[in-house]
Ligand binder design. Structure first.
Ligand SMILES: NC(=O)c1ccc[n+]([C@@H]2O[C@H](COP(=O)([O-])OP(=O)(O)OC[C@H]3O[C@@H](n4cnc5c(N)ncnc54)[C@H](O)[C@@H]3O)[C@@H](O)[C@H]2O)c1
Length: 439
């Protein structure tokens, strides 16, 4: 890992390759355009708005993260996208219904210039969608080559120096790991044989890693965790991260559950239900896509509360997650959580949370931070799964055999301490040594 002055500079343009030009991607692109035109602030973005304390409290050093580590400048970002619909980002943003029309109109020129390439797609993996803007080829292997051609042409035409690919396309159906995923050779052969265990998202990830481009998976579907792609990331020295952007109800869970556990308060029931009406909600209305999401959402509480360590407090936890497709709400999701908690002498209490959330408004800054931090990781020569970015994931990937860390506050400490380490600053322990030293 390169540190401080050794880190390669963020020189030249950063290409952001977006798989899927739907609600999250268009909200992200519109936001970046609005920020660089001086029309908006990067609210929700840690890389742009958060500060980082350095040294002792008495030193009063708390620069913005973006002034502390050498991140790419937003002005240097260029976009490329793929989608199964041919609409440009302006039309796609209108259709997504996240942003107000007047705001989208004010960015029309910039958004119109982003026209998606044909996608790698099959209804076998997303049952509720069907598009016409789809690549054709004899094999999945050939489809991967076509993606790589798109990327190379883009890099040449726009004079791009570095790239990051992000999966912000629909959640694919639940897939189990298959023996063809075990090695790069078996994976490549399976692509040539059009094996059903190779989902479109894996073809994009393969193309990205093959070209040495960092890849982040914003959806919960099986992808980077298969051994073949993990191995490719390591061999080609590419940083990767996943999965499923941490937004909405799960963000709330990872804020509240660590607090209850810190105070040793028991939890014996957590019922979560949602209504959402965007295309993501429609896709998740299919039980096979929902299963993928459910697995990602369910694991969060169990890992924060550590039932095995605290059986008296959490052994009886009944955790249920429901997502209901309800078109009138569009992207403005509403979620309800009922939490049954247990206090001193076993007395029950309840917490009710009703979150009127805008999912893509929470997801867009997460996508921006991931793009900027994973590009930084590559310039530090870090590769493989970037656990220090767990903060941004609903279901963080880890090195094989390790438990993920889901507690938002431990994740934040890990993120900031990694940045301090990167820049050769001391880790912060919050011990207050300067105070004890006087005693
Ligand atoms: N909205 C959020 O806050 C949020 C949070 C966490 C995770 N996610 C995940 O992020 C992804 C995107 O969410 P969204 O709200 O933008 O959904 P969306 O339905 O608005 O957009 C997804 C887009 O992907 C396109 N698509 C589907 N398969 C594709 C393929 N193989 N190649 C290229 N394009 C393809 C669709 O046509 C659509 O335009 C989903 O998987 C969702 O579960 C979203």
């Amino acid at each position: 890992m390169l540190r401080a002055e050794e880190i390669k500079a963020a020189k030249g343009k950063l290409g952001v390759l977006l798989v899927g030009l739907g609600a999250v991607s268009t909200t992200f692109v519109a936001g970046v355009e609005a920020i660089r035109n001086g029309k908006a602030q990067a609210i929700g973005s840690v890389s742009q708005m958060a500060t980082i304390r350095l040294g002792k409290r008495t030193e009063n050093r708390s620069p913005l993260i973006k002034d502390f580590v050498p991140l790419a400048n937003l002005d240097d970002i260029e976009f490329l996208a793929w989608d199964i619909f041919a609409e440009d980002a302006y039309e796609a943003a209108l259709k997504a219904g996240v942003l107000e029309k007047t705001q989208i109109d004010s960015l029309e020129q910039e958004l119109r210039s982003l026209k998606p390439h044909k996608a790698v797609f099959s209804t076998d993996y997303v049952k509720k969608l069907d598009g016409t803007h789809v690549k054709k080829a004899d094999s999945k292997w050939d489809l991967a080559q076509q993606l790589m051609d798109d990327i190379r042409k883009f890099a040449e035409e726009k004079q791009i120096s570095r790239m990051v690919m992000a999966w912000a396309a629909s959640t694919e159906v639940y897939l189990e790991a298959d023996p063809v995923h075990w090695t790069i050779d078996s994976f490549e052969q399976a692509m040539k044989d059009n094996h059903p265990a190779i989902a479109p998202s894996m073809i994009y990830a393969y193309a990205s890693l093959k070209l040495g481009i960092p890849f982040v998976n914003g959806a919960p579907n099986l992808n980077l965790e298969i051994p073949a792609l993990r191995e490719l990331a390591v061999i080609n020295k590419v940083p990767v991260g996943g999965k499923d952007f941490k937004t909405g109800q799960t963000l709330m869970k990872t804020i509240i559950a660590p607090g209850l556990k810190a105070r040793m308060i028991g939890v014996n029931g957590w019922f979560s239900t949602n209504i959402l009406g965007n295309r993501d909600g429609e896709v998740l209305d299919d039980p096979e896509s929902f299963k993928t999401k459910e697995v990602s959402k369910l694991s969060v509480l169990e890992s924060i509360l550590e039932q095995d360590k605290y059986p008296e407090l959490y052994e009886d936890l009944y955790h249920k997650v429901r997502i209901n497709y309800y078109p009138p709400r569009g992207d403005n999701k509403e979620s309800w959580d009922n939490i049954d908690i247990v206090g001193w002498l076993g007395y029950p209490m309840q917490i009710k949370i009703n979150f009127l959330c805008r999912d893509s408004i929470l997801a867009a800054p997460v996508l921006l931070d991931l793009v900027l931090f994973i590009d930084l990781a590559q310039r530090c020569e870090m590769f493989g799964v970037q656990e220090w970015l767990s903060f941004f994931w609903k279901s963080p990937m880890t090195a094989p055999g390790l438990q993920p860390e889901n507690d938002l506050f431990i994740q934040q400490t890990k993120l900031k301490n990694t940045l301090r380490y990167m820049m050769k600053e001391d880790m912060i322990t919050h011990l207050g040594l300067e105070y004890y030293d006087q005693m």
